[in-house]
Write a protein that binds this ligand. Sequence first.
Ligand code: GDP
Ligand code: MN
Length: 376
Amino acid sequence: MDLYEHQARQLLADHGILVPRAKVTDSADRARAIARGLGGRVVVKAQVKTGGRGKAGGVRLADDPAAAERTARRILGMDIKGHTVRTVMLAEPVDIEEEFYVSYVLDRAAGRFLAIASAEGGTDIEEVAASRPEAVARIPVDPAEGVTSAKAAEIAAAAGLPPQTVDPLVRLWQVLVREDALLVEVNPLVRTREGQILALDGKVTLDDNARFRQARRGSDDCGHDDPLEAAAAAKGLNYVRLDGEVGVIGNGAGLVMATLDVVAGCGARPANFLDLGGGASAEVMADALAVVVSDPAVKSVLVNVFGGITACDAVADGILRAVDRVRPAKPLVVRLDGNNAVRGRALLDERAHPLVQQIPTMDGAARRAAELATTA
Ligand code: GDP
Ligand code: MN
């Protein structure tokens, strides 16, 4: 899960990295009062989970509270790379002397972490990395050893960062380890005119698999920006919203992924990924169907189940109960195979529900669902 800048900076601050004072709001009116509280001049920053906000006009300096309100009004509602700005952060402005780039990122292939640092941080870091890779130091970090002061000094020296960055580099590693992050990035880490080292931006990606041991990650903060994804997560379903028109329900992540490919191969686009998981009871099936059909983009639903531990007759029963409970106004194409498939298919045939049709093969079922979606 990616955090918003204001959440990331809180984690940095919790681990002793200096950050400018700041407050978040979704209202331009309140932005004025906040600016007043911060001393008048503020930087107004779009809170969206994507980089390049500065270049997109989502980071602007405002000289006084009235300007802060106008600027907030301009930035709120802006679209930055497909992300709508719902909140802005107002921060005390900082006089920047130098901008650095520092990050730790998991290097899966190497089974280690990588420290990436540059004395030429700021909004042009991508160009710097592309045109002059030697200006960006990349130092492997052994996860068992971590970033000690000595290691941080090595990173700082390799990147040409001043010695005052050693302490924040150690603390940034502590953020990564203690918060179970896969990525922590500060760009820019700045040296102010007074010689202080401050984090002016923060990006943190938390490891969702570690959520269980991170008690302080509240239940309201489970990383689902999409209301349907949040509703599905509340029901314990593995659901990811995509942008097509064929709703996809299957059991097992591998089967669901293969189903997405087959739908795409039929010239349609999957609207979602929904994995029922192991025990696909009637209840689970109904919850899944309710989530998928409530996406207005869904024109047809493909249910692709290979019966294993859960027999196909139980799944068929689940589908019929789900249809009765949810009363979808969209056609369902069902492919059942595996354990007790004959019995499962017979159950669906007996009921002959007008919205439910069966196709025995995965290819055929995907083709039919794609047809229904594109002609609907
Ligand atoms: P990003 O473009 O999404 O990475 O957003 P940043 O938070 O990094 O802001 C972009 C740029 O705005 C930074 O690289 C800084 O150069 C500049 N900036 C951000 N905050 C301040 C500030 O308080 N003072 C000054 N002078 N510049 C700032
Ligand atoms: Mn930045």
